[in-house]
Design a protein around this ligand. Structure first.
Ligand code: DGP
Length: 128
């Protein structure tokens, strides 16, 4: 059985409250907080409270948790005012990018699974 929290993991410390964060959502299994280096006006990280390094550590048993993390994205988009809007002529505006880095080739920096939710008015950082 895997450890629930890892002593040397910064996002485990954020999950337990040992390191402060700007929280936008929290329940028993998931925390969402603002990225310390935002790439856009809205940049939220959604993490499981239990330590999972990345998607490569996930299997079918994580499907429920992963689904709930992704299902949180549209709710946060409404909360953070970057959801998709449609005007009276059907023209769309708004929207957001969701991103999960896994491993060195993805340039994953923090080895605790997280979904980036990035949105808000452009410009955004170029290399996102
Ligand atoms: P990634 O490259 O996918 O592993 O992105 C990690 C993100 O985590 C990066 O955008 C910066 C953010 N980050 C790193 N340390 C902290 C921290 O201590 N607090 C917060 N809020 N964000 C952090």
């Amino acid at each position: 059985m895997k450890e629930k929290h890892m002593d040397n993991c910064i996002f485990c410390k954020i999950a337990t409250g040992a390191i402060p964060s700007d929280k936008v959502f929290e329940n028993d299994e998931i925390l969402a907080f603002r990225d310390i280096h935002p790439a856009a006006p809205v940049h939220v990280l959604i993490i499981p409270k239990q330590h999972i390094a990345n998607l490569s550590e996930c299997d079918d048993s994580h499907a429920g948790l992963l689904g709930r993390m992704l299902a949180l994205v549209p709710k946060l988009a409404v909360q953070e005012a970057c959801d998709i809007q449609s005007d009276s002529e059907g023209n769309l505006s708004g929207g957001y990018k969701t991103l999960i880095n896994s491993g060195p080739d993805s340039r994953q920096e923090v080895y605790h699974l997280h979904v980036h939710m990035i949105g808000g008015s452009r410009p955004w950082r170029e290399n996102i």
